[in-house]
Design a protein around this ligand. Structure first.
Ligand code: RIB
Ligand code: CA
Length: 320
């Protein structure tokens, strides 16, 4: 039985790898991609999502969402992902247009079409999902799970306390964690270790392929950014969500109560993970605490290489 997946994202280089992995996996039916402002603005993340689906040869509906956070001031990460969001990699022009419905209506409609079956891979700020859950409360019981890249038990990457996706829209994140929808949280504690070394990137480039090669071009830009942080490897945050969906054994999860700081002096956007149950609140998320990094890289490589398998679809042609 295929799993019914909607990807909410802000491509973004690691989002792009995640999307290409998901579209290559026969176990997943990706019924839609919703885009949000995050790494770059929503116009660019939407164009990038359409170009990536075109490259994959899959006409997956793409619905544009919020450019700005619900309340917080806008945050971007062009220094990591490039002004275009994909490190300047050359992708085919989008072969089809975005949906007319905005992301939050598209999420509502997919939950209604696949009640109890729809799973959301949330790999950007949570603005669209919070809007859908708030504007259409009937959606909450229809979503089987929200599997998000975001937050951390320990430290942040956008501030000492906060991870980027949560910091970019802390009020949306707080609403999602309080929504009652089953949540899987893969935070920096595991995604920072879903890493590819510079040598590993060269190995991928040597393998090459019609999708792997442009992905390596994006990762060149991503690695250069990580090197400015003093790290000679890159963290594949978002791809770990897709890898875990396909092989749950890759990540060890623990049930914890998670709250989100929305109004701190130093810790706004911090996911406050109660690992010792001090607050005596029932867990509201399964949180990643350990991973198999080698298994992750092997699965990512296999999926990205599968686009060159005999009979695999080529890129979409023209406006389809
Ligand atoms: O902190 C990492 C997250 O922020 C990833 O989703 C990356 O794409 C950026 O959005
Ligand atoms: Ca992302």
């Amino acid at each position: 039985m295929k799993r019914t997946i909607l990807i909410d994202c802000d491509p973004g280089i690691d989002d792009a790898i995640a999307i290409m992995m998901a579209l290559a996996a026969p176990e997943l039916e990706v019924v839609g991609i919703t885009t949000v402002g995050g790494n770059v603005g929503a116009e660019a993340t939407t164009r990038n999502a359409l170009a990536l689906a075109t490259l994959a040869g899959r006409r997956v509906p793409v619905a544009r969402g919020r450019d700005a956070a619900l309340v917080a001031e806008t945050k971007r990460a062009e220094s990591v992902h490039g002004l275009d969001g994909l490190g300047g990699a050359r992708l085919p022009a989008p072969a089809y247009a975005e949906e007319k419905a905005p992301a939050w209506e598209f999420i509502r409609d997919m939950a209604a079409r696949y009640p109890g079956q729809l799973e959301i891979a949330a790999i950007g700020p949570l603005s669209n999902i919070a809007m859908a859950l708030s504007a259409y409360p009937e959606t909450r019981s229809r979503i089987k799970g929200i599997h998000l890249m975001g937050g951390s038990i320990a430290y942040g990457n956008a501030t000492p306390a906060a991870e980027f996706n949560i910091l970019a829209d802390p009020h949306a994140a707080a609403a999602v964690f309080q929504s009652g929808v089953p949540i899987t949280m893969l935070g920096l504690d595991v995604t920072n270790r879903a890493s590819l070394s510079a040598r590993g990137l060269e190995d991928l480039r040597t393998v090459g392929g019609r999708v792997l090669t442009p992905c390596c071009s994006m990762l060149d830009h991503y690695l250069a950014a990580y090197r400015t942080f003093g790290r000679d490897s890159l963290a594949l945050h978002d791809p770990l969500v897709i890898a875990w969906l396909l092989d749950p054994a890759l990540v060890t999860l623990e049930p914890y109560y998670v709250a989100v700081e929305t109004d701190g002096q130093y810790a706004t956007g911090k996911t406050v993970v109660d690992i010792h149950s001090v607050a005596k609140r029932p867990p509201n998320a399964l949180v990643g605490v350990e991973l198999d990094p080698d298994g992750f890289v092997a699965l990512m490589t296999r999926l990205l290489r599968s686009y060159d398998a005999p009979g695999a679809p080529g890129p979409l042609q023209g406006l389809e």
